[in-house]
Design a binder for this molecule. Structure first.
Ligand code: ADP
Ligand code: MG
Length: 594
């Protein structure tokens, strides 16, 4: 407590801090609070999720505003409704000994008139998501012309979510001489641009990149062929019957797709992403907290607000575009002193990213094998045996026992055990009986294919007003790919070239199969030139044409076929049962009542 006092905080805040049970300031609090209390300054602060940023800007803001005035003096912008509400609640808790304090949350998906009414009562501090905030300013419902402090929280995420213009618009209604405090986990170009645009010689603070609790997390990767990703995910889940996990995908589309497949295959799974309505997201989070969902498939943005303890596994179905994001993700597990596992499903072409992440987190990954079908069966049988052992006998079955006993009276204990396990496991065993090894060989070809790349020709170029940057953006948007997934973009006058990793080839060719831009047919073909100089070119071409989804044939409509081969081989034989070998009760997937 004395440590907080030494930062210069007033008595009433120290009391609130004591009530919250905070004992010592976190690093970002220690660095930011004295400066923000001491002078009117802009600040850029780089700190990971979970480092205590809310208090780092919250305490100074509360101490500096005039609670006797009803004027709005502080504005906090944050990317999602979840974070907005979280910050609002924290601010109210910090300000509990400030009579007259009114902190108002402004966010989409709730009644705008209710929010306007709250504002009218006089909110000294507004915590808002950019979209709704801009809306309400536009309608004259909010006046921020007198604010003195503006916080841009999770600035990188706000920009990732496309709020740049909303933020610009909002800030244009605020006074020039306010202090702006920007907080961000990462510092991509867009964030430094916004810092330059809206801030004057900001004080810069960086705190250690380590996430709270990150020592509790072990990191594993599983090398598979890209087409086996989904089956690998299923095996990881099956091999961990008590899994309670967040599974990260890169795009909303993949998130939705993976969740749908898991549900179809009988898992307690759900998707969490920005295209869901607020009430849908609330429902999902409620079921997840209640453990009715064991596998929450989420985008990075949607998962930001997740504050659930006891998550056993974070699974990276795909690696994030920015390596820093890896830390946010894996920080969802290993909380509150528990241990957790961060598992990456990785294809050969992404292997180099693992090494980049190792450098960043300064920890080594363990290379693990996707368990074989038989190993999984063993785990699941053992799990069932333990479940049986630990099950309390339900007296309600007593009346039925005489009849049941009669039916089973001829069997010995050994025979009964065999029969019980056969009932439970025949489907499971059949499912996994002839299952193949999903592990991709990390032999020399991995070194090879980490350099492997596909180059495309596209018949648009400078004449169509593209330069390399705008063409890259156009392709990324259209293909829904990440920042580094489209590269070596060369724009000529009437055509261009670009590269992707080979595992994106099918996607690219399919998207452009019948694609028109302004009524003109756009043609994309795999280029003979790999975009690399050097002698390995010829080899690459031939190895690619021998691969299972070689170039041109895909363009003639093989997409559907391959899509279905992603699913388990037995698909269609006896859907529900076979798909979900343990759906009838190993307990692994069953809803745990809590
Ligand atoms: P960030 O915004 O950096 O992700 P938060 O401000 O949400 O982090 O804080 C994460 C958690 O840590 C919250 O539950 C918060 O109440 C708690 N916390 C913040 N500061 C301290 C502190 N000094 N001591 C203990 N817990 C803290
Ligand atoms: Mg925060």
């Amino acid at each position: 407590m004395t440590a907080f006092k030494a930062l210069g905080l007033e008595e009433h805040l120290l009391n609130a801090i004591a009530d919250m049970g905070f004992e010592t300031p976190s690093e970002v609090q220690e660095k930011a609070i004295p400066i923000l209390l001491d002078r009117e300054t802009d600040m850029v602060s780089l700190a990971q999720t979970g480092t205590g940023k809310t208090a780092a800007f919250g305490f100074p803001m509360l101490q500096k505003i005039d609670v006797k005035s009803r004027t709005t003096q502080g504005l906090i912008l944050s990317p999602t409704r979840e974070l907005c509400l979280q910050i609002t609640n924290e601010m109210i808790a910090y300000g509990k000994y400030m009579p007259g304090l009114n902190v108002t949350a402004i966010y989409g998906g709730a009644s705008i008139t209710d929010q306007a009414r709250q504002i009218k009562k006089g909110a000294q501090i507004i915590v808002a998501t950019p979209g709704r905030m801009k809306d309400m300013i536009g309608r004259g419902m909010i006046d921020i012309s007198k604010i003195e402090y503006c916080v841009l929280d999770e600035a990188d995420e706000m920009l990732n979510m496309g709020f740049y213009e909303d933020i610009t618009e909002i800030l244009s209604h605020s006074p020039k001489d306010k202090s702006t405090w920007l907080f961000s986990a990462t510092m991509p170009k867009e964030v430094s641009t916004i810092a330059k645009k809206f801030m004057h010689t900001p004080v810069e603070i960086t705190v250690g990149t380590k996430n709270v609790g990150s020592d509790q997390v072990s990191h594993e990767y599983y090398l598979v062929n890209a087409r086996d990703r989904y089956n690998a995910l299923k095996r990881l889940a099956d091999a961990n019957p008590n899994i309670f996990s967040v599974i990260f995908c890169r795009t909303k589309r993949d998130t939705q797709k993976v969740a749908e497949k898991l549900i179809e295959d009988g898992y307690n799974a759900a998707a969490l992403h920005g295209d869901l309505s607020q009430s849908q997201r609330d429902t999902v989070m409620k079921s997840f907290r209640a453990r009715q969902i064991q596998m929450l498939v989420a985008t990075d943005v949607a998962a930001r607000g997740i504050d659930v303890d006891d998550i056993t596994h974070v699974i990276h179905y795909q690696l994030p575009d920015e390596t820093e994001v890896y830390n946010h993700r894996s920080g969802r597990t290993g909380r509150a002193g528990k241990t957790g596992i961060s598992m990456v499903i990785v294809s050969k072409s992404e292997l180099r990213k693992i090494h980049t992440i190792e450098r960043m987190i300064q920890k080594k990954f363990v290379s693990k094998e996707i368990p074989s079908g038989m190993e999984i069966c063993e785990v699941q049988m053992f799990h069932l045996a333990n479940n049986i052992k630990d099950t309390e006998i339900n007296p309600e079955i007593n009346p039925y026992l005489p009849n049941i006993n009669e039916v089973l009276e001829d069997f010995s204990k050994e025979e009964l055990i065999k029969k019980v396990f056969s009932v439970e496991f025949s489907r499971f065993l059949n499912y996994y009986k002839n299952s193949k090894d999903l592990n991709a060989a990390a032999d020399k070809s991995s070194a090879d294919s980490s350099k492997d790349t596909t180059r495309y020709f596209i018949n648009i170029g400078g004449k169509d007003d593209f330069d390399w940057m705008s063409l890259k953006d156009f392709l990324r948007d259209l293909l829904q790919l990440g920042k580094d997934d489209v590269y070596k973009v060369d724009v000529k006058d009437s055509f261009s070239f670009f590269n992707t990793d080979p595992d994106k080839q099918e996607l690219v060719l399919n998207v452009f199969k019948d694609f028109k831009l302004d009524g003109r047919h756009i043609n994309v073909e795999i280029s003979k030139d790999s975009g690399r100089s050097g002698r390995d070119r010829g080899k690459k071409r031939s190895s690619r044409s021998g691969s299972d989804r070689g170039g041109r044939s895909d363009r003639k409509g093989n997409f559907k076929k391959r899509g279905s081969s992603d699913k388990p081989a037995f698909k269609g034989k006896s859907r529900r049962g076979a798909n979900r070998p343990d759906s009838k009760g190993t307990g692994g997937r069953r809803r745990r009542k809590s």
